[in-house]
Design a protein around this ligand. Sequence first.
Ligand code: ADE
Length: 258
Amino acid sequence: MRVPAFSFSQTKPPPCLRGERIASSITSSMKIDVITLFPELISVPMGTSIMGRAIDKGFLELGVYDLRAHGLGKHQHVDDTPCGGGQGMVLKPEPLFAALEAVDTPKSRIILMTPQGRRFDQRLAEELAKEKHLIFVCGHYEGVDHRVVEHWVDDEISIGDYVLTNGAIAAVVVMDAITRLIPGVLGDDMSAVDESFGPSGILEAPQYTKPAEFRGMKVPDILLGGHHAKITEWRHERALERTLQNRPDLLTSNTQPS
Ligand code: ADE
């Protein structure tokens, strides 16, 4: 049973989220399906700004599926107490198996969002952006029955060493980082290269815009002088300073982004 969940009401979702075909000359370069208990946590941010435009223009095809639709019994149960005891509730295997069977294809890469996962970073975003079909399973409560992980999941991903109430929020973070890497999604005036965690492996230098002076605070003269070599050197020095201050681990790490 494929049950797209487009039932949120506060904003009008983009065509793809309304389940309509998008009239576009561009073939979607990526398809993402999300299985969650909270479809609106996905649909609203994914329908907004650059991600919403990526969907409208056909760069990304997004399907959001409500796990509750596969819940068991009259009350559509999706969770139960942990075997062996312990706190909280665990997502049951039956609804997740049914939801995954409905969207899986031989080319799908299935990702479980969980604080127990491998840490997400720019390199993993770049790897995932090359896939044709991603399926995100959003955990909730104390986790998901491990048979789901063993049978279905290709990657367990965490967005950091903290615990969120819900994997859907983490999935949006990952989808945003991936979507902006799809060729054509960022306009000509924006670039996915030359930025923090890009090829240089260090943070970006500080940026300034007009006016050249604001409340007595001045844009550094070097940025206004038009000398490109000097500007590049200045930016590199500031980038190193910033990295040393905020992320010294990036300077000592052997794992430089490729
Ligand atoms: N679910 C709860 N916390 C999470 C995290 N840090 N990363 C991914 N999924 C999560």
